[in-house]
Design a protein around this ligand. Structure first.
Ligand code: 8YV
Length: 309
């Protein structure tokens, strides 16, 4: 009998095909009546592919052994509840580092040079009648990285290639890293031209980029978020971007995405992006392969490739 798994979100076709070859897959995200689907398949489900798993759903799946999350961030999974129920959890680290770091630099240049606004300026036929304006550049500026993890380090080397000075804030100083460490986020924001957020979401980082941090970044400061919307005091950010108290922001993630605060939509000092850090065929393929490989390893009784619980 094939092993039965529950899929909680849409995956790349290559990943869905690989899952279907090995497992009987029940697609929760496609079910018109989710409760009915769960009620009918719950006793047989041994694995989950995808995220969004809270304790109540775990409790409905008595044979659940593993949740293979599609994504490096696993803040949509209650890992404490999983641990307490002896359910393993895996994520997809490393394979998306380059894609996210590339998007980060892309967003920084787009914001510094107002590339999306320039595109609109040309398309709307405004060029013959007006000057587009002069903006800023990355060269010579200091970028403070909030979270010098695997992706943060890839951003750091690319920022250096843009001739930026890199500093970082995190829970601990990393003695092997050549960059200056700040133990105080507000202080780092005060000393930085750019603040790039690439730390995990979850209770430990909720609202960490507070109004005070944003004030320290200031009217010439540029904010980039490629992590989770929950890290920023979003209402304060919107208000400060509108008043000019914060210089600009390039945002790939939002607190209630795909809903975006209406106050951002009319602002010229903002570049918006639809949570697409890892959204390349190459990277999403690799993430999907890692989801499948973790499930396969688990059901073969082998060590997991990237376990978080
Ligand atoms: C998403 C991400 O997982 O890996 C992460 O933590 O935020 C992204 O790669 C991806 O958008 C799929 O939802």
């Amino acid at each position: 009998m094939p092993i039965e798994i529950l899929q909680t979100g849409k995956l790349l076709a290559s990943c869905e095909a690989a899952l279907a070859e090995r497992y009987t897959v029940h697609k929760l995200h496609e079910a018109a009546d989710k409760d009915a689907l769960i009620a009918s398949v719950a006793p047989n489900i041994r694995g989950v592919a995808g995220g969004s798993m809270q304790a109540d759903l775990m409790d409905k799946l008595p044979k659940l052994e593993i949740i293979a999350n599609f994504g490096v961030g696993y803040d949509s999974i209650d890992t404490a509840a999983a641990k307490a129920r002896n359910i393993r959890v895996t994520n997809t680290p490393n394979v998306l580092n380059d894609a996210v770091a590339e998007l980060t630099i892309g967003l920084m240049i787009a914001l510094a040079r107002r590339i999306p606004q320039g595109d609109q300026f040309v398309r709307q036929g405004k060029w013959p009648g007006a000057q587009f304006g002069l903006f800023t550049e990355l060269t010579g500026k200091t970028v403070g990285i909030l979270g010098l993890g695997r992706i943060g380090k890839e951003i750091a080397v690319r920022a250096q290639a843009m001739k930026m000075r890199v500093v970082y804030y995190g829970r601990k100083r990393q003695v092997r890293e050549p960059f200056i460490y700040y133990s105080d986020l507000t202080e780092m924001a005060r000393d930085s031209d750019w603040l790039v957020i690439i730390a995990p979401g979850g209770a430990g980082t909720d609202g960490i980029v507070s109004r005070q941090v944003l004030e320290a970044l200031g009217p010439r400061g540029m904010l980039v978020n490629v992590a989770r919307g929950t890290l920023i005091d979003e209402p304060a950010m919107v208000e400060m971007l509108a008043s000019g108290a914060l210089g600009g922001a390039a945002l790939d993630v939002f607190e209630k995405e795909p809903q975006v605060p209406a106050g951002l939509l009319g602002l010229d000092n903002v570049v918006l992006s639809p949570h697409q850090g890892s959204a390349t065929n190459q990277t999403r393929d690799a993430m999907g392969a890692l989801v499948v490989a973790n499930l396969d390893a688990h059901f073969a009784g082998e060590p997991l490739i990237s376990a978080v619980v």
